[in-house]
Design a binder for this molecule. Structure first.
Ligand code: KG4
Ligand code: ZN
Length: 397
């Protein structure tokens, strides 16, 4: 089955072509530069950028995959949750393509796509330029890396292409990650999954493929929001998460003691607004810190340590309580090096298998939308009606 997927729920315009569990192409146009000026995502601007970029992004994805519109068997798009006007752009475009081609259409829950994204694996392709830097498949721990399924050999390379505008995208085409991406659901194990992004932080028990139950989520700010807002207090550019990650590498995580909200609460919910407030008061009382580079690094490391400790301890506790042998993680914050490191350490200690989403698939992308849509069609789940509308507040159950 060959499927085109679109993702426009927030500030990335993305299109991917997926065929039989393989990601043939994934084009992403990021709007980060547009929104950075305002210190956060401006919904109206996001919608306008999606409108401007969608067609060139789709054309790039189809071209890189070597697929014509007429060859598509199905079309998918993110239906929710997300910014209403942003969602509308990709969702209505995908429905129109499905209508024109008379092919099935699948509306996807963005979080459900993140949830299964850790099973999309990559291997470096020896044929692609720049592939030497690509990390190998990221099934970590207990038992090592499982053998690749036959489907992985000789497949076309996935091209992850990103840029800030279609014109810039052309300039970075050579930077595709050179990896082969494919959905390795043969390796699936029941797991507890951490979805951690700028808008959401949740723990989900995944019993079997397409069968999951949310255990807990944030009662206020998401972890990514906490990174971004505390970074803003320090004067770091939006989104501050990657910058805090970078500065924290040379900082002392024990320099300052920040609260670990709900760490000892027996439930699976999270709360990060108290941590943000305590950083605000800390900076009010110690304004001189921002004049000293090393103390800024220490502050970043200390904030990051508080967020990571809560995420890791609560995830491991949920995994043990639910008697699963596997932990997975996805969403933008899963790019964070300390989080990846600490999850790996904790899982090793507890003899749990850890399956982290590839970094290029942690942030928003259409590849994960397409992979999930294909699994749903293969599982005979009914396509989404072309009369259906976006669902901006769609909560994963
Ligand atoms: O999944 P995503 O691209 O979009 C949402 O659905 O929100 O996640 C974006 C979030 C932002 O808050 C960003 O600061 C955070 O992920 N993020 C990071 C890192 N990379 C991205 N946070 C901490 N460390 C990182 N390396
Ligand atoms: Zn997301």
């Amino acid at each position: 089955m060959t499927l085109l997927a679109l993702e426009t729920s927030c500030d990335e315009t993305s299109a991917a072509v997926v065929r039989d569990g393989r990601v043939l192409s994934s084009a992403i146009s990021s709007q980060i530069k547009v929104h950075a000026e305002y210190g956060g995502v401006v919904p109206e601007l996001a919608a306008r950028e999606h409108l401007r970029n969608l067609i060139p992004v789709v054309q790039t994805a189809l071209r890189e995959a070597g697929v014509q519109l007429a060859q598509l068997d199905a079309v998918a798009a993110t239906q929710g949750p997300g910014l209403p006007m942003a969602l509308l752009v990709g969702f209505k475009a995908a429905q129109s393509v499905a209508f024109t081609l008379r092919k099935p259409f699948v509306g996807i829950n963005h979080h459900e796509a993140h949830l299964y994204s850790p099973w999309i694996r990559s291997i470096a392709s020896p044929h692609e330029p720049g592939s030497a830097g690509v990390p190998p498949a990221r099934m970590e721990l207990a038992g090592g890396t499982p053998a690749l399924p036959a489907a992985a050999s000789g497949v076309q390379c996935a091209k992850i292409i990103s840029g800030n505008s279609p014109s810039r995208m052309a300039g970075v085409r050579g930077e595709n990650v050179g990896g082969i991406f494919f959905a390795d659901f043969a390796a699936f194990q029941p797991n507890v999954s951490l979805i951690v992004s700028g808008g959401h932080t949740m723990l989900v028990r995944v019993e079997s493929e397409l069968n999951h139950r949310v255990l807990g989520s944030t009662v206020d700010d998401a972890a990514g929001e906490c990174f971004d807002k505390t970074g803003k207090l320090m004067g770091l550019p939006y989104p501050a998460g990657p910058e805090i990650d970078r500065l924290a590498e040379q900082g002392n995580p024990k320099a300052y003691d920040f609260p670990r909200p709900l760490l000892n609460d027996p439930g699976d919910d999270f709360s990060f607004s108290g941590l943000k407030t305590s950083v605000r008061y800390f900076l009010r009382d110690h304004p001189g810190i921002l004049d000293d580079t090393q103390r800024i690094r220490d502050l970043c490391a200390s904030i990051q340590a508080a967020i990571v400790e809560v995420l890791v301890k609560k995830t491991i506790r949920a995994a043990k309580r639910n008697h699963v042998r596997c932990v997975t993680a996805s969403g933008g914050v899963t790019c964070n090096r300390a989080l990846r490191r600490e999850l790996a350490r904790a899982c090793e200690r507890e003899h749990l298998m850890l399956c982290l989403a590839e970094k290029s698939l942690c942030t928003d992308n259409a590849a994960m939308i397409g992979i999930l849509a294909e699994r749903k069609l293969l599982a005979n789940i009914a396509p989404t009606s072309l009369d259906e509308e976006i669902n901006p507040g769609w909560i994963l159950a």
